[in-house]
Design a protein around this ligand. Structure first.
Ligand code: TXA
Ligand code: MG
Length: 342
C-alpha cells in the first residue's frame, strides 16, 4: 500500500483543511493515519472499529497484549469511550487537558477489546497539538493511537521517522514538522492512593504533585513477569531501542573517558553529547550528535529520539549517553534510556 504524505506547511488553519479533511476521511473509512501530537507522532485508527484497530497492531508488528491510548478532543467524545471517570479526574482534566497526560478510566462497551487488550480499563488522552485536534474533530470519532514506530523502536518525532518505520504499511502521514515535547505522554492511574505514574512522560511529576499532592512512580517488577501481567504492559520490556548497543553513564565526567575507551577498543562509537560550558568536546573518533544544553531537560527530551535514530543511521555499534537526574523531564528521559539499554 503506498503511503501518502500530506504536508501541512501553510501557517494558517484554512490552508491545511484539505489535507486534514482527506486524513479524516481515511480514518472514517477504517484507514491508518499517522499524525503529530505535541509529544510524538501517533498512528491513528477509529477507536470504535475493531478491524481498523487490528490494522494498527499489524502495521506496527505490536503484540496484542499491549493496549492503545484513545485520543479525544471533547467531553462528549470522552463520554463515548469512558463508562465512569475516577474521582479526581475532573480536577486533573481542568488543569492538564489538553496536554501530554494520559489517564486510565473505566471503558464503555463501545470500546472494542482490541483497544484495551481485553482490560476493563481504557487509557484516554486529549492532545494539545492543533493538527491532532483538527484531525480528530474533522473525523468526529475517538482515535486510538500508539506511537507511530515499529514495535520496540524509538518513537517518531518527525514524519520522516514515521516513514522510515512504516512506509507502505499505513495509508497516510500528516507532516507538520518536528514535535515539541519529543517524549511520550505521562500515563497516570488515579484509582490508587496515592496516584501512580505508570509511565513517566511529558507532564512532569512535579507538575502533577503541585496539582494533586503526592504521586508515586510505578516500578514494573524486575522478575520475568509476562507483560500481560503488568499494570502497564508496555513498560516492562526493551523499548525505544536503537540498533546500536547503548552505554549509559551516570556522571557527566565519565562521558569522555568511557567514549574514548570504546574507540580505543576498536568500536565504531557514537554519543549523545550535551553542551556543557567549559567541558571537553567529544574525543576523536566519536560520532557526536549535539544533544542540547545539559540541564535544559526539555531540549534534551525534544532531541532524544531523533538523536538515537541519527546515530543508528551513522552505523555506529555503540552509543554513549549520560543519564540526567530524575528532576522534571529528566525522569522520563532516564526511563527511556534505561529501557532502550536493556
Ligand atoms: O504521547 C503518547 O502517549 C503517544 C501519543 C501518540 O499519544 N502515544 C504512545 O502510545 O506513546 P504507546 O502505545 O506507544 O504507549 C502507550 C503506553 C503503553 O506502554 C501501554 O502499555 C500503556 O500506555 N497503556 C495503554 N492503555 C493502557 C491500559 N488500558 N492500561 C494500562 N496501560 C495502558
Ligand atoms: Mg510506543
Amino acid at each position: 500500500m503506498p503511503t501518502r504524505t500530506l504536508r501541512l506547511e501553510a501557517p494558517d488553519a484554512a490552508a491545511c483543511q484539505p489535507a486534514i479533511g482527506r486524513a479524516a476521511a481515511l480514518l472514517r473509512e477504517g484507514g491508518l493515519v499517522a499524525f503529530p501530537t505535541e509529544t510524538v507522532y501517533g498512528l491513528g485508527a477509529n477507536a470504535l472499529d475493531a478491524r481498523a484497530v487490528r490494522r494498527i497492531f499489524e502495521a506496527k508488528q505490536r503484540p496484542a497484549w499491549d493496549p492503545l491510548i484513545v485520543h479525544v478532543t471533547s467531553r462528549h467524545m470522552l463520554d463515548r469511550v469512558a463508562d465512569r471517570l475516577p474521582d479526581g479526574f475532573e480536577a486533573l482534566a481542568a488543569r492538564f487537558m489538553p496536554g501530554p497526560l494520559t489517564i486510565l478510566v473505566e471503558r464503555s462497551r463501545a470500546v472494542p477489546d482490541e483497544v484495551t487488550a481485553g482490560r476493563p480499563i481504557v487509557a484516554v488522552r486529549m492532545p494539545a497539538h492543533p493538527v491532532a485536534r483538527a484531525l480528530i474533530e474533522a473525523a468526529g470519532i475517538p482515535v486510538a493511537a500508539p506511537s507511530a514506530n515499529r514495535f520496540g523502536h524509538a518513537s517518531p518525532t518527525t514524519a520522516a521517522h514515521v516513514l522510515a518505520d512504516l512506509d507502505g504499511r499505513i495509508d497516510a502521514v500528516l507532516d507538520a514538522g518536528p514535535t515539541m515535547v519529543g517524549i511520550e505522554s505521562t500515563v497516570l492511574d488515579i484509582t490508587v492512593s496515592p496516584p501512580q505514574i505508570l509511565r513517566a512522560g511529558g507532564l512532569t511529576r512535579e507538575a502533577l504533585t503541585s496539582a494533586i499532592g503526592p504521586v508515586e512512580i510505578y516500578r514494573a517488577p524486575v522478575a520475568d513477569a509476562p507483560p500481560e501481567a503488568l499494570r502497564a504492559p508496555g513498560t516492562g520490556i526493551r523499548h525505544y531501542a536503537p540498533r546500536a548497543r547503548l552505554v549509559l553513564v551516570e556522571t557527566i565526567e565519565a562521558l569522555a573517558p568511557v567514549a574514548g575507551r570504546l574507540v580505543a577498543g576498536g568500536r565504531r562509537v557514537g554519543a549523545l553529547w550535551p553542551a556543557i560550558p567549559g567541558s571537553p568536546a567529544a574525543p576523536a573518533g566519536v560520532v557526536a550528535v549535539a544533544w542540547g544544553p545539559w540541564g535544559d531537560w526539555a531540549a534534551l527530551a525534544r532531541n532524544l529520539f531523533a538523536g538515537l535514530r541519527a546515530l543508528d543511521e551513522e552505523g555506529v555499534d555503540a552509543i554513549v549517553c549520560p543519564l540526567p537526574p530524575e528532576d522534571g523531564l529528566g525522569l522520563a528521559i532516564r526511563d527511556r534510556l534505561q529501557k532502550a539499554a536493556r
